[in-house]
Design a protein around this ligand. Structure first.
Ligand code: ME8
Length: 527
């Protein structure tokens, strides 16, 4: 069997000192949609997520609760794993940085960096942002009035004898990586941000700490622990066993997409590529940095009561269904360069407009008419001509648009391609008026052509929509009398136009029930 092309996609690994919320669910859902789409395309997908369990924040949170850091890590890693089940996420692995497989390989990789001279022992004094666990340059510190640009807390003057990574040695190679590969960071606005800062010059970065102990010991000098960010970034390599001799997982390297939030772009777009250069490992194709969810017009905060945590999400899923949640995430989320506002009213409106009135209505209209006029059996397309209407052409265009959008991680564009095809079907039904045609026995050929084409277009649209709303599309398929299985990796064949469903038995289906807006969890969130 020939090996299909690899497609490695990763989420950030999430800190276990916090509980999962909409942000974590969002990034992981985006990756899931892409992973599903690529598997359906027949690619050899590896979708990775996990938890970041070391560092001073975890140590402090655990101490505040009087428990061991590992106990806190176990507790919250289980919460994050629960998210995978809740959202129907199809990750191939879940890596935890306290696992021996990770710790062992991080030590081996850091040892390699020490041997190549990319890591050295040195002394450093500078401004330190305790919340972010990173040093800030003198210029940046001044600009932000010696306060953390993230938390607003004062920066502290820190002096450390540490192991350093020779980041400054990679300035030229990093700049040329950005120039030769304009798609290395997406969206463009984010790329420009990083490139601007990169051109400002690079300093070597400390990659060990001595002021706490909850981390991986530095190989050969156990007074030092490896900085949590180096430990964390290496997860992308250790999950694929790159520091182990032989592994079937090596074939997935490098990542097609490292998907992250905008706040951790520097680590992924500059430090990570430099570490990979030092390790002589191939670069990822793209670091995709989305923006942030805010909620009801404001930054999410527990005290404002607008925090979208797991229990809140569960209430949405109870009322609207999981696919509705996924649809809203992908279509109304901060995929581009601006933040997105989570609004209960907007959620309801999106659900009603897109899923009830378009996807659900189109599928139910089509299946209802097949039931009424053809006893549910899909007729052959008689080749009737409807001037100005070309559903086969529209389907082909939608598939091409979907493919281009998916390749570019424009997941909302891919949704548009699918739902746009259904809007065309609706317009075609309204224009050709099958309910009138059905009244005339002499126009059976025309009626057969209309409905054969509608159901074929609905089938193709359902394929395009499946990565985002898999649950409902898998319910639709048997109602269309078709046997589709995305795990066969045959999207190209199944998305091709034809007389695919001729003779199939269909039944009327209601996919998305109307929801009374009074039952949306909005009231609680706004109060
Ligand atoms: O930064 N909107 O972990 P973390 C959208 N462990 N996405 C959001 C979000 C919001 N309001 N809030 C968080 C870490 N996210 C490190 C990463 S990777 C080697 C180490 C998402 O638990 C987004 O993906 O703080 C963001 O980058 C990530 O959660 C941060 O998760």
């Amino acid at each position: 069997m020939t090996q299909s092309a690899p497609a490695y996609i990763t989420t950030p690994i999430y800190y276990v000192n916090d509980r999962p919320h909409i942000g974590h669910a969002y990034t992981t859902t985006l990756c899931d949609v892409w992973a599903r789409a690529m598997r359906f395309e027949g690619l050899d997908v590896f979708f990775l997520t996990g938890t970041d369990e070391h560092g001073v924040k975890v140590e402090k949170s655990a101490a505040a609760r009087g428990i061991a850091p590992q106990t806190l890590a176990d507790e919250n890693a289980a919460e994050f794993q629960k998210v995978m089940g809740m959202f129907n996420l199809t990750n191939d692995d879940f890596i935890r940085t306290t696992e021996p497989r990770h710790e062992r390989q991080v030590q081996a990789l850091v040892k390699r960096l020490l041997e190549t001279g990319d890591v050295y022992l040195g002394e450093f004094e500078g401004w330190y942002d305790e919340g972010q666990e990173e040093y800030v340059t003198e210029t940046k510190a001044k600009e932000s009035d010696f306060k953390s640009p993230i938390s607003g807390k004062p920066l502290v003057r820190a002096n450390e004898r540490n192991y350093y990574f020779k980041l400054s040695a990679y300035q030229d190679r990093l700049e040329s990586l950005f120039e030769t590969n304009p798609g290395f960071v997406k969206p463009d606005a984010r790329r420009n941000e990083v490139l601007g800062r990169l051109r400002g010059g690079l300093q070597d970065v400390p990659i060990t700490r001595t002021n706490f102990s909850w981390g991986i010991p530095f190989p050969g000098d156990e007074e030092h622990v490896i900085y949590v960010w180096i430990d964390a970034l290496l997860n992308y390599a250790t999950a694929l066993e790159l520091a182990e001799d032989a592994s079937d997982r090596h074939r997935h390297w490098p990542a097609a997409y490292h998907v992250i939030g905008k706040e951790i772009l520097w680590f992924h777009a500059v430090i990570w590529p430099a570490v990979l250069m030092a390790l002589e490992l191939p670069q990822p194709a793209c670091v995709y940095a989305h923006s942030f969810w805010i909620s009801e017009g404001q930054k999410m905060s527990k005290s404002l009561g607008n925090f979208i945590d797991l229990p809140t999400i569960e209430r949405y899923v109870d009322v609207y269904g999981l696919d509705a949640w996924r649809w809203y995430m992908v279509n109304n989320g901060p995929l581009g360069a601006t933040d997105a506002d989570f609004q209960a009213a907007g959620f309801h409106e999106t659900y009603t407009t897109d899923l009830v009135n378009t996807v659900g209505n189109c599928a139910s209209r089509t299946t209802a008419m097949l039931g009424k006029y053809f006893d549910g059996i899909v007729p052959a397309d008689t080749g009737f001509d409807f001037p100005g209407w070309d559903l086969a052409g529209a389907a082909g265009t939608a598939v091409a648009k979907w493919r281009a959008a998916m390749a570019d991680f424009a997941l909302d564009g891919a949704c548009d391609a699918g739902i746009g095809l259904l809007r065309t079907v609706d317009a075609f039904i309204n224009a050709t008026e099958p309910f009138k045609v059905a009244k005339d026995e002499n126009r059976r050929d025309e009626l057969a052509s209309i409905l054969a084409r509608c159901v074929e277009a609905v089938r193709i649209a359902s394929v395009l929509l499946w990565p985002v709303i898999p649950g409902r599309m898998e319910t639709l398929w048997p109602a269309l009398g078709c046997d589709l299985d995305p795990s066969r990796g045959d999207l190209e064949a199944v998305a091709a136009w034809g007389d695919t469903l001729k003779g199939a038995t269909t039944r009327k289906i209601a996919l998305f029930p109307r929801v009374d807006p009074a039952t949306t969890p909005s009231a609680d969130i706004a109060s």
